[in-house]
Design a protein around this ligand. Structure first.
Ligand code: NAD
Length: 450
């Protein structure tokens, strides 16, 4: 049984790999288990040094990794380079975090209580296809820093960068068995990781539907889970915003990665008093997004990941949109940048499209903006555009979302926690916060009685 890996911009196969199944998963877990105690017991400085070396190797091989990611996902090469740069930063950050993630001493009667942050053991990491290496690194960095060993399951469509990373891990001097990559179907490899009694935790990023299955499966063994799931984020534009800046930025907050982004601000909420002016600016800005060959340095948006996914994205559209951009002719799973007018009740505003489709939704005032933004089962990200600082803070506090930016559409930084409210999941990635999800707190009491 093999896995055929396809370039979505050409529809041509780029690799043929053995398709892993249950046996390969069991073997990987056994290797990770055998490697665990030595990795956990390594002096913190040594573990840190090895992660630092890995970060340097990622930097050294940045162009190669960016090319792999661009060809396998159809990402514009400029964006892929930025993502690989972040992967190196993530490993640098967690190399530094190894010996800064300590416990505390707590005043108690009759002795001393201290807490320790213990490694969990073997962790199973299951990641999606939209940012394959980036998202893998967000989990791997803290997991390895805490002394866990890992079985990583990349998405079937995009296993190539994870397999190359596994080679760099060995080249860095990280012992065999600490990272094991198993490329196979979620329903087989993913499921086995969830059920396997030697896997202590599942770090999952993917859809909310599969997230539900992960949580259900993990319940049997009270297995730890972190779930980074879907989103339907709002980009809220108030009438006092710098409309030119907000409109120029809005397309990239949806169409980046062809909309295949859990943080996509795919609901653009605009105050009615400035709706016409904003839409005019937004249409012009969307029309200038450069769609085409991902290998071209100037390209800003590539194709969707697969023909099947393109059908799903298309199913969200009916009637004439506000705007539909151009797409290249010939092979490739292309889909145009599309703007639609909608209410928050429409399917396009309720469900995650995961494609380059944005819904423009008007609102009357601040209270209505907050109500609409929160009227969704998701709560991952979002933006507020206003020149009123008090309003920015008031609305930021009122929105039910894990990450929010003001006068910006960025969601992710190596140093800051990232994750969702509501059905966007729980647990946090990145920053020092992520280390909590890959360690267990142990309390030790030492009597000082004579
Ligand atoms: P998906 O849920 O279909 O798959 C994610 C991973 O889970 C893949 O590796 C897949 O093989 C595996 N999987 C599938 N079925 C499984 C099962 N039954 N048991 C165990 N594993 C299984 O998601 P996708 O289509 O690859 O990615 C898109 C989704 O990911 C979107 O919903 C997006 O919002 C979400 N996402 C979330 C974040 C975040 O940080 N919150 C980031 C990126 C993507």
């Amino acid at each position: 049984m093999t896995l055929t890996v396809v370039n979505p911009a050409t529809e041509e196969p780029i690799a043929e790999l053995p398709r892993a199944g249950e046996d390969e998963t069991n073997e990987a877990v056994a290797r990770a288990r055998a490697a665990f105690s030595a990795w956990r017991d390594l002096a913190p400085h040594d573990r840190s040094r090895l992660l630092w070396t890995l970060a340097e190797l990622v930097e050294e091989h940045a162009e190669e990794l960016a090319q792999i990611e661009s060809q396998n996902v159809g990402k514009p090469i400029a964006g892929a380079r930025g993502e690989v740069a972040m992967v190196a930063q993530v490993f640098h950050f967690y190399a530094g975090a190894v010996d800064k993630h300590g416990g505390e001493t707590i005043p108690v009667a009759g002795g001393v209580a201290a807490t320790f942050r213990e490694a969990l053991g073997v962790v199973g990491l299951i990641v999606p296809w939209n940012f394959p290496l980036n998202i893998a690194s967000w989990k791997l960095g803290p997991a390895l820093a805490c002394g866990n060993t890992v079985v990583l399951k990349p998405a079937e469509l995009t296993p190539l960068s994870a397999l190359r990373l596994a080679e760099l891990v060995l080249e860095a001097g990280i012992p065999e068995g600490v990272l094991n990559v198993v490329a196979g179907p979620g329903s087989v490899v993913g499921r086995r990781l969830i059920e396997h009694p030697d896997v202590a935790k599942i770090g999952f990023t993917g859809s909310t539907d599969v997230g539900r299955e992960v949580m259900r499966g993990a319940a049997g063994q009270i297995k730890r889970v972190t779930l980074e799931l879907g989103g339907k984020s709002a980009n809220v534009i108030f009438e006092d915003a710098d409309l030119e800046r907000a409109a120029a930025a809005a397309p990239y907050a949806v169409f980046d990665n062809a909309g295949q982004d859990c943080c996509a601000r795919s609901r653009i909420l605009v105050q009615r008093s400035v709706l016409d002016r904003f839409v005019e600016l937004l249409v012009a800005a969307t029309g200038s997004v450069v769609v085409g060959d991902p290998a071209d340095e100037a390209t800003e948006m590539g194709p969707l990941i697969s023909a099947q996914h393109r059908e799903t994205v298309a199913s969200f559209l009916n009637g004439e949109p506000l705007f539909r951009g151009p797409v290249p002719e010939g092979p490739g799973y292309w889909f145009p940048c599309t703007l639609v007018e909608a209410t928050n009740e429409d399917r396009v505003a309720r469900e995650e499209v995961f494609g380059p489709v944005a819904a423009v939704i008007p609102f009357a005032d601040e209270a209505e903006a907050i109500a609409i933004a929160n009227d969704t089962p998701y709560g991952l990200s979002g933006s507020i555009w206003t020149r009123d600082g008090a309003r920015a803070l008031r609305v930021a506090r009122a929105l039910e979302t894990g990450v929010i930016s003001v006068n910006s559409n960025s969601s992710v930084r190596v140093q800051t926690p990232f994750g969702g409210f509501k059905q966007s999941g729980f647990g946090r990635e990145l920053g020092m916060e992520a280390l909590k999800g890959y360690s267990e707190v142990k309390t030790v009491f030492i009597s000082t009685d004579p």
